[in-house]
Design a protein. Structure first.
Length: 454
């Protein structure tokens, strides 16, 4: 037992000496630490290990630009409403997007009981095309985004893009073959000059209508030889005018209120022959609706235009005018028209716009053009004027301004949304659509960072 106590005492002394060398207090007494003059020995370099490649977190698809905050109704400054100088070509990467926090950790791939889900962000982007004219009807170029104010449902919107670049045209040409013989002759002769208003990158489809609609061809190049052959085939004879005869010489039974030959009376007791005019059919609504349906299938990077050459009469269509206008406003289709009738004569056009109930409309095209954003149609009576109308309409369609914004109306709201485009310069007229209906393509869900479903 004495020998064991000696060994324990020696161990305690050795431990105390070791702690004293490190400067640690023993039994409440502190020892001196190493002086600064002593040289410190650097650590040896550590061996480098290979990175763990199984810990990489998957990266979600790119996020689009976030829409601006909701409007409060207060007017915003011009600097806060400035759109980008260039049009957005591709969405920004995830590095440029603002993250609310660190990305969630996903379970290891192949783990049992794991499922993945893509959250959806609905972006309701609205793009509006408009033209600006002076009081004399000439187009106004050179406007900037500071000159334009756009409102949706009465609330001013912040423009996201503003561009003056022309866009290729997708044109559905509608030719009226139910007009009279003389009007049809003028239309036939002017069709030869129509192809000169198209550009090589434009595409044209041709529709004709009389008592029904017929598609002559699907979309072709604007200056191809095949389109010229289709236009030549689209010429027609026209409708013979109805001669509503009356008076004592309109039949052969009664002359001077006396029966000439009683044996020729078709019906006993009848003393005259009543002539009834043949009923006319002008299926304008059906033709415009068929043309708009073909344009709805074209790409969003093209201007969708229905161009009608007609006298504007409508009777016998299965589709109503309101249904056609709603379809065009939903699918961003603009209707242009050249009205070939006596409305081009001063004083006569005002009387023709008056519509009596339960009668055929003398001109229904001005309602189409004003509702879809092309303004008043061209009224021409002579062949030379019809040919010049082709060029004026083509120039107006190409020289349009484009402004876009993010709508703050709820995505699930399918009601009509009114639009109002104003120019901050006097004596100028804005030609723009009155509104639109939202479509599923404008509110398509965009995939973001995936999250795990437990």
């Amino acid at each position: 037992m004495g020998f064991g106590k000696q060994i324990a005492g020696v161990g305690a002394v050795a431990l105390a000496m070791t702690l004293a060398g490190t400067g640690i207090a023993v039994h409440g007494q502190s020892t001196t630490t190493a002086t600064p003059s002593q040289e410190s020995i650097p650590d040896a370099p550590r061996p480098q290990a290979l990175p763990q490649i199984n810990t990489i977190t998957p990266v979600g698809p790119a996020l689009p630009d976030a829409p601006p905050p909701a409007n409060t109704g207060a007017p915003a400054k011009d600097d806060q409403l400035a759109p980008p100088s260039t049009l957005p070509s591709t969405p920004k990467s995830t590095e440029a997007a603002q993250d609310d926090g660190p990305a969630p950790e996903l379970p290891a791939p192949g783990q049992a009981g794991t499922a993945y889900r893509l959250d959806a962000v609905h972006v309701n982007f609205v793009q509006v095309h408009f033209s600006v004219k002076t009081s004399k009807g000439t187009l106004v170029p050179g406007l900037t985004w500071r000159d334009v104010r756009i409102s949706e449902n009465g609330i001013r919107q912040r423009p996201a893009i503003f561009s003056t670049d022309p866009m290729p045209l997708s044109i559905a040409l509608v030719i009226d073959q139910s007009v009279d013989y003389h009007t049809m002759t003028k239309i036939n002769n002017s069709l030869e000059a129509l192809q000169g208003a198209f550009a090589p990158y434009d595409e044209v489809a041709v529709f004709t209508y009389n008592n029904g609609v017929r598609q002559q061809t699907s979309f072709l190049g604007g200056q191809t030889a095949r389109l010229g052959a289709i236009l030549e085939r689209s010429k027609a004879v026209g409708r013979e005018p109805d001669l509503r005869m009356g008076g004592p010489l309109d039949q052969t039974q009664i002359k001077n209120n006396e029966i000439v030959d009683p044996n020729t009376t078709a019906v006993r007791g009848q003393q005259g022959i009543t002539l009834y005019a043949q009923k006319e059919y002008h299926t304008l609504n059906d033709a415009v609706f068929a043309a708009a349906q073909s344009l709805a299938k074209t790409g969003p990077d093209r201007l969708r235009i229905v161009y009608v050459i007609s006298d504007g009469k409508e009777y016998g269509s299965k589709v109503t005018q309101k249904e056609v206008i709603k379809y065009c406003q939903t699918n961003k289709v603009t209707i242009y028209a050249t009205v070939v009738s006596e409305e081009a004569i001063p004083g006569v056009g005002f009387l023709d716009r008056i519509h009596l109930p339960l009668t055929m409309r003398d001109n229904a095209l001005h309602t189409f053009t004003e509702a879809t954003g092309s303004g008043t149609p061209d009224y021409e009576f002579y062949q030379n004027g019809i040919e010049k109308s082709f060029q004026r309409i083509a120039v107006q369609a190409r020289n349009q301004y484009t402004i876009g914004f993010y709508s703050h109306v709820p995505v699930l709201n399918e009601k009509f949304r009114s639009l109002n485009v104003e120019i901050m310069q006097p004596n100028l007229t804005v030609i723009a659509p009155k509104g639109y209906y939202p479509t599923p393509t404008a509110t398509a869900p965009t995939p973001v960072t995936p999250t795990a479903i437990p």
